[in-house]
Design a binder for this molecule. Structure first.
Ligand code: F0G
Length: 457
């Protein structure tokens, strides 16, 4: 077998700025050790997120010129609508400006105070839009997902027993839907198997509860189904996606991930009644139903992006690049979550720097060190993000203290990945010297991670 390689070449490049360790020490101190507060020029390799940070293709850029900016009935909307219908099987499409906006619009119709919404580790904004409506998001992911060293091919799977307990103890009207997040971002970009989706769907059907997909990385999920579930070995990504979507009532989508565009989102549904009600909220919050916060040209680029993102060759090079980073780190002995996720590698800070007291934000400390040593920006997924308990105001200590390295699509080379791994290895080799971390000197009442100020201890 020949080695895999990217099915594209570069036509345009963007400079990124190198800096010295002395400069980075100063810059990060000036912003009180909050990585979100750095300017992008102060970052060499930006792995903060894979959301909206990918590179568009020449075909997408060409489509931009054909965008129809009509307020109503835009040709670009109808082209996008057709692409989504073909890809997902859902008949009704509402564009929104990004994924959380799709949640806001759809949940305005479906979620009421006191409702319960089970799912597989709901993404923050999904949970936020549920809790904002005084409803409750309950995590029903399989227990295996929480052991970073354990291999399980589909750590995003839902636990049917956990679901059934909720269904048996909650009146049906209180459960408007079950959210299936593909791939499950909060647990490390871990996929959900087709077998699990089928089982969840049939259990839900028995109880008369619909399934809703949070589909931001659905194409990456389909890739894992194709490569890890024997039955799908010879089935195309597009056919796989069509099958799993057939088990849902609809989807919310952040197009900034597997749409391969920098901004955008949508809702897709089968029920004309829900579509009608959601249309009203879409007009109120987003824009008229044929643009919903998106430019015509951006819808045109998205239609092409959705097609490109569901091609096997692209997905293989994408996932293998993430895997290359994970495998290189693993070979260096750096503790990483396994199996590797579709869009990111997660460093296990509890195993990396157990010498830093847990109250001193060891994952944040590691993320800062990674920036200072290599100019690499990752993001803390640990105690800082977990925030305080809303009632006791005490810090919540999650089971996992992680640093996420999210890989933008079609953006960095294998050499960049090797650079990142080498920087981490150097830090790992001197980890025993790390004895202290940081303390928070200022924080917002919620979502503190974006703006918190830290002091070095
Ligand atoms: N659902 C999932 C699974 C996500 O990962 C995100 C965003 C959203 C919904 C919300 O979409 O950003 O377009 O409003 N995730 C980004 C990340 C922010 O960095 O993981 P959005």
């Amino acid at each position: 077998d020949l080695p895999y390689t990217e099915p594209y070449k570069y036509k345009m490049v963007e400079s990124i700025k190198r800096s010295t360790m002395e400069q980075r020490k100063r810059w990060i101190q000036n912003v009180h050790y909050n990585l979100f507060s750095l300017t992008s020029d102060q970052v060499f390799i930006d792995l903060l997120t894979d959301s909206g940070t990918g590179a568009m293709s020449d075909a997408q850029w060409s489509a931009m010129f054909t965008g129809d900016e009509s307020y109503a009935g835009s040709r670009s909307f109808h082209a996008l609508e057709k692409t989504i219908q073909n890809l997902t099987g859902f008949q009704y499409v509402l564009p929104t400006h990004q994924g959380r906006a799709a949640e806001n619009v759809l949940f305005s119709v479906l979620v009421k105070e006191g409702d319960i919404i089970p799912g597989n580790a709901h993404f923050d904004t999904t949970k936020g839009h549920i809790e904002f409506r005084k409803a409750k998001a309950i995590d029903c992911t399989i227990d295996e997902a929480y052991d970073t060293r354990l291999y399980h091919p589909f750590k995003g799977n839902l636990d049917l027993k956990k679901l059934k307990i909720i269904f048996d103890t909650t009146p049906k009207e209180k459960i408007p839907f079950v959210v299936v997040t593909i791939t499950c971002n909060s647990l490390g970009g871990q996929p959900v198997s087709m077998q699990n989706i089928r089982a969840v769907s049939s259990l839900c059907k028995k109880y008369g509860i619909p399934v809703l997909f949070d589909a931001a990385r659905f194409a990456e999920n389909a890739y894992f189904i194709k490569t890890r579930e024997e039955e799908f070995k010879n089935i195309t990504i597009k056919e796989i996606a069509k099958e799993f979507f057939s088990y849902g009532m609809g989807m919310t989508m952040s197009s900034k991930k597997d749409g391969l565009v920098n901004m955008g989102g949508f809702i897709a549904l089968n029920d004309p009644k829900i579509y009608k009600e959601a249309s009203v909220f879409n007009i109120m919050f987003e824009g008229y139903i044929t643009y919903g916060g998106m430019n015509g040209r951006d819808m045109a680029a998205l239609a092409v992006g959705l097609d490109e993102a569901t091609e096997f060759d692209y997905l293989e090079s994408r996932i293998k690049q993430v895997e290359f980073l994970g495998q290189t780190l693993d070979d260096f002995g750096v503790p990483v979550q396994k199996p590797f996720g579709g869009h990111a590698i997660f460093i296990d800070a509890n195993k990396f720097v157990p010498t830093i007291p847990i109250e001193q934000y060891r994952a944040q400390a590691l993320a800062i060190e990674l920036y200072i040593v290599g100019g690499i920006r990752g993001v803390e997924i640990g105690t800082v993000l977990a925030d305080r308990d809303p009632f006791t105001r005490k810090n919540r200590y999650p089971e996992l203290e992680l640093v996420r390295l999210a890989i933008p699509r079609r953006t960095y080379s294998q050499n960049h990945m090797l650079y990142v791994a080498t920087v981490l290895k150097n830090i790992y080799d001197s980890r025993k010297e790390a004895k202290s971390g940081y303390t928070i000197i200022e924080e917002a009442p919620i979502m503190r991670h974006f703006t918190a100020k830290f002091k070095k201890i």
